[in-house]
Write a protein that binds this ligand. Structure first.
Ligand code: GLN
Length: 468
């Protein structure tokens, strides 16, 4: 009965069904944990305690879940960890939130992130500091660092994150949780504040692969409010896990992901994971994704370009912060944005505006879009031959707070997560082991063909058992 906050979704649901505890007790346990741990970890920005308890009283099956602070929940703040949205209250529920509520989840805790999801350490949050629950001198990763710290530190049962270039998978690896980036279009983006619309996806961050399957089931599917969600049936993800085994599974090892410069402990852990998969009956195949080397450059044209267009809506008139110093309309826009956005967001807006400007569009955005097609084709070809790819998630384990001051070094964190995001594939980070020296968690990444989350989850479930 004590320490209910340690439970995952499946165990919490089983306990509720058996009457071992009530939803109010479960929710209260998370609230108590929030009070003792959040001052140290800083995972949450806000927590609607009254709302959570009221929802638990109204629905005896309900399980509380933490929501990244860029997904709209009616009546709650939605700051994107930016000063420009401080004080903003959502007037409606995002589709994913509607889906969660309909599936017996309580959405009351809002977790920290890099401002507008731009970053890899959550240090770009303008509203609070989140640290790694495994070592408070280290970052939790990002941009979904609050979600990962909340799951990894048992401050929640499960969480929602978003991934544009790695923001679910990298923090999941840093904080020892399962993080799944669904294929592009599998989950609705309606009501999710846009960073780069052709890349963003909402996904589960959980304590087990089974929980990721449960949560994805609730999230996935066609939404008439999001034209990029195809009207295709959603497989039964829990069923896909039944009898999961690695026997005969063809695991591709892309040579472009096994390169110099990867931290030796990450390399050791990944190599050991590969050996365990082989011992469990998987067939290892060396493969090549020849355009991988261009992925980073493509991402840092496409993502800022789309961000610069998406963030134009924050003009001091329609949403959030409005400068008190403006005496004419131009100053109102310029000063509100200058005061409201942090340095990384401004950097992306400047880059994005530049690559989209007339005379440069073809040279940068147009060309990047073409190379993106080549990257997608690499994956399409490789998935003719193998069931999944196994790679490191990030080149390093969680690093020290303040260690990556240079934006370009920070960008390198996403070397292994960006290509599959550009291609629109599904991929996930699965907890694997700990570094010998610093005892920090490290996950490995599995990548599968677009819309094959069933296969991805099945392989991850088998792997989870192999690694245990
Ligand atoms: N770290 C990457 C960036 O800063 C990815 C962020 C994300 O996936 N939201 O753009």
């Amino acid at each position: 009965m004590s320490e209910l906050f340690k439970l995952g979704i499946k165990e919490a649901r089983e306990g509720l069904a058996k009457g071992d505890f009530t939803s109010v007790e479960l929710t209260q346990s998370i609230i108590d944990r929030y009070h003792t741990e959040n001052p140290k970890i800083g995972a949450y920005l806000t927590f609607d305690e009254e709302g959570a308890l009221a929802a638990a009283r109204a629905n005896p099956k309900a399980v509380p879940i933490a929501i990244k602070d860029l997904i709209n929940v009616k009546g709650q703040p939605c700051t994107c960890a930016s000063k420009i949205l401080e004080g903003y209250v959502s007037p409606y529920d995002a589709t994913v939130i509607k889906n969660l509520k309909a599936n017996d989840f309580i959405c009351a805790g809002r977790v920290n992130m890099d401002e507008f999801a731009m970053g890899s350490s959550t240090e770009n949050s303008a509203l609070g500091r989140t640290v790694n629950p495994y070592d408070v001198t280290r970052v939790p990763g990002g941009s979904s660092g609050g979600s990962a710290a909340a799951v990894g530190g048992d401050l929640c049962i499960a969480a929602l994150g978003t991934d544009t270039g790695g923001s679910i998978r990298q923090p999941a690896s840093f904080c020892n949780c399962v993080g799944l980036k669904p294929s592009y279009g599998r989950v609705s983006r309606f009501g999710v504040t846009a960073f780069a619309s052709s890349l963003d996806q909402v996904g589960p961050m959980t304590k087990s692969v089974e929980d990721a399957a449960i949560l994805l089931q609730a999230l996935a599917g066609h939404d008439e409010m999001d034209g990029t969600t195809p009207n295709e049936p959603v497989p039964d993800y829990l069923k896909a896990l039944e009898g999961a085994s690695l026997k005969g599974v063809k695991i591709g090892l892309p040579k472009e992901y096994y390169i110099d410069g990867v931290d030796p402990e990450v390399k050791r852990i990944t190599d050991e994971a590969i050996k365990k998969c082989e011992a469990a009956g998987a067939e290892l195949v060396e493969v090549s994704l020849p355009h991988t080397e261009y992925a980073m450059a493509v991402y840092y044209v496409v993502a800022p370009a789309e961000a610069s267009a998406n963030l134009a809506r924050f003009d001091g008139v329609r949403y959030g912060h409005r400068s008190a110093k403006s005496d004419n309309v131009f100053n109102l826009y310029a000063r509100s944005r200058a005061e409201g956005f942090g340095p990384e967001v401004k950097r992306r807006i400047i880059m994005g505006t530049y690559v989209l400007s007339s005379g440069y569009y073809d040279a940068y955005y147009g060309r990047a879009s073409k190379v993106r097609t080549l990257i997608r084709r690499d994956f399409e070809e490789v998935f003719q031959k193998v069931d999944t790819l196994l790679t490191p998630v990030a080149p390093t384990p969680a690093f020290k707070i303040g260690a990556n001051q240079d934006p370009l070094t920070m960008y390198l964190n996403d070397l292994f997560t960006i290509p599959s995001a550009l291609a629109g594939n599904c991929s996930m980070s699965v907890p694997t082991s700990f570094t010998n020296d610093t005892k920090m968690p490290v996950g490995v990444q599995f990548i599968a063909d677009a819309y094959r989350e069933d296969k991805l989850l099945r392989i991850a479930r088998a792997y989870e058992q192999v690694i245990a």
